[in-house]
Design a protein around this ligand. Structure first.
Ligand SMILES: [Mg+2]
Length: 334
């Protein structure tokens, strides 16, 4: 896991060109930086931010990002602090919920933000002019026929509580309706997960779901059914926040940027994989857990929570994420 494909040549597609289709290798973003008011690009920034989105940035209740968080992300990115999203969400979600509000808030020319979506299967970068081409690693996609079967399953049996996320291109994700009570969703989620797991076998696919493991005819387990508090993600076992971290380092390296230190931020145990990956490769990293109710594991790197900012245990999710973004602005004098 977590291997980085070799960097491809710099993309010939300038900012704002049409989406060029699916490619399987990392492409370096190419953003002309010719205007006198261009944002700062630091080759060795004191911090780089690698951010899970659902939870620390977007509210898990409204699924939206507060204007204050947009303003702080923009200030940090404009000052040359790399801001990189590492999410299970689709590229469309990031474009509408994060990119468009940042541009609307006045993103200076030359500011580049990277987004790694679908747990590392999809990635793109954006400036004030919009996104560059979206890259998709098709080798990490769930077979389309299986996705169609899950879409039908949701329509036939679970449409009152959940919806099929049509914006995903590599993963299959089924999410709680915003208007449904979370307890009502969680009451039926195990039934959905069990049926999705059975469908894997019916399609000849090997899968793992919590403690259940069902290999394919060759003995392989290539897919994972991963329930979260508001969704179930069905994905290649090669996807994960560690893959996203490797892509983040590659995207910055393609710009000639080597951060002095990293801050990773998440609300789930799986988000620690970002800091694990960075720490194991010798990067200086601290992890921020904005929902430490699951307990904090023993790690080789420092883990911070809202309590480190003097805040109470009720400050979680995007409230905690906002507090940390603000603390970094203050510490860096931005
Ligand atoms: Mg999250």
């Amino acid at each position: 896991m977590g291997t980085v494909p070799p960097s491809g040549p710099a993309s010939a597609c300038p900012v704002g060109c049409p989406i060029a289709g699916r490619i399987g290798t990392m492409s370096a973003p190419e953003f002309p930086d010719t205007t006198p008011d261009a944002a700062i690009q630091r080759e060795t920034p004191p911090l780089a931010l690698l951010l899970d989105v659902d939870g620390p940035i977007a509210s898990p209740v409204s699924r939206r990002v507060s204007p204050g968080i947009i303003a702080d992300l923009l200030a940090l990115a404009t000052a040359g602090i790399p801001v990189i999203f590492n999410t299970g969400r689709s590229d469309e979600f990031i474009r509408t919920q994060v990119m468009e509000p940042m541009i609307a808030a006045g993103m200076p020319r030359g500011t580049v933000v990277h987004a790694i979506c679908e747990k590392g299967a999809v990635w793109f970068s954006y400036t004030a002019d919009g996104p560059n081409e979206v890259a998709v690693d098709d080798t990490l996609a769930v077979p389309a026929a299986y996705g169609d079967a899950v879409r039908s399953l949701v329509a036939e049996s679970f449409s009152a509580q959940m919806f099929f996320d049509e914006t995903k291109v590599a993963m299959v994700s089924v999410e709680q309706h915003i208007g449904v009570d979370n307890a009502d969703y969680l009451a039926v989620q195990p039934d959905f997960d069990a049926r999705a797991f059975e469908l894997m076998g019916e399609h000849g696919l090997g899968a793992i779901h919590l403690d259940s493991r069902a290999p394919d005819a060759d003995g392989a387990v290539s897919f994972r059914i991963d329930p979260t508090i508001i969704s179930t993600d069905i994905e290649s076992v090669l996807l994960g926040k560690d893959l996203g971290a490797s892509r983040a380092v590659e995207l910055l390296a393609a710009q000639g940027i080597t951060p002095t230190a990293w801050r990773t931020v998440g609300d789930s145990r799986t988000d620690y994989a970002m800091a694990e990956w960075l720490n194991q490769r010798g990067h200086v990293v601290e992890h921020v857990d904005v929902r430490p109710a699951d307990g904090i594991p023993s790690t080789k790197y420092r883990v911070r929570t809202a309590a480190d900012l003097g805040l109470g245990p009720e400050v979680i999710h995007d409230d905690a994420g906002a507090a940390f973004l603000r603390s970094w602005r203050q510490a860096l004098g931005i």
